[in-house]
Design a protein around this ligand. Sequence first.
Ligand SMILES: [Zn+2]
Length: 354
Amino acid sequence: MLKNVKAHRMQLPREVMVGDGILDEVGALYKRLGLRGPALVISGPKTYDIAGREVVRSLSEWGIEVSTIVAHEPTMEEVRRVERAARGGHVGAVVGVGGGSKIDIAKLAASELGVPVISIPTAASHDGLSSPFASLKGLNRPYSVQAQAPIGVLVDMDIIAESPHKLAASGCGDVMAKFTAVRDWRLAHERNGEYYGDYAASLALMSARLVAKNARRIGSGAREGLRVLMEALISCGVAMSIAGSSRPCSGSEHLFSHALDVIRPGGALHGEQCGVGAIMMAKLHGLNWRKIRAVLATIGAPTDAEGISATPEQVVRALIMAPDIRPGRYTILNEARLDEHKALKLARSTGVLS
Ligand SMILES: [Zn+2]
């Protein structure tokens, strides 16, 4: 008999819809998922115009009562504001519509309210759109926290195709990060006996390989390319659900990005920073970092400090600070022990600094 085996919980989306012009199907999705009671739609000022209004219309057409909140910065205060608004009346489910931060607010608010959440991304900018984690400001830590996996994900490719290319390029950086994240995860398993799941790791790696293979198509903004990227981002979210942690998708390259956010908040997009981090961490791991850099360049994603608006000092500081950003997350940075000299050498040798 197995003893002392802690239950491994996998919370997955039940229905994922990807298609052209399918935004008006959200009402039908809501019903199919068996959701009862009023919907609380959360979107941003811009994303309400892009998709939120249509989502509200579709839900209303299906006889679902809807209330709307236009959220701003992804902070804990905003989550509390949403909760207060929701507590005024009964809420059957939360529907998050936006590029990423609005979905994070929706996921966390839904968790706190104890209701399901539907995710409707308006850009392919990172892998949080289907994952059970949310990153918010005001949590005293720059990395993501456990929320809940969306019960439904609806992606209208017409909207994704209209979003700025910079956002998709950032999404590619977040996917390229899986090459190093999976290596870090395996390293933590070998060194510290941390749980490692081959299935989740393989799923994350497959997403990264597919995006690399389709770099040209994604770079040109072709629909098929964007669809590959969107499916990769969704799969990465599912990989995290299967792993029960962000491990398959977030390693040393994410720690570098988080450190940069602490040093100079809001300087570049999450995925852009993770992509640049992945180039350097791949070198530390002995992986083919040139390939990662070439893929990012083909896609039009940043590959150096200038591209992510970071000074040489900020890059070096972030590299040194990164291993202390998230205690307990063992990565190659724990072994490389970068000091100023080594950090500078790493950044220069990979072309991140000239
Ligand atoms: Zn990420």
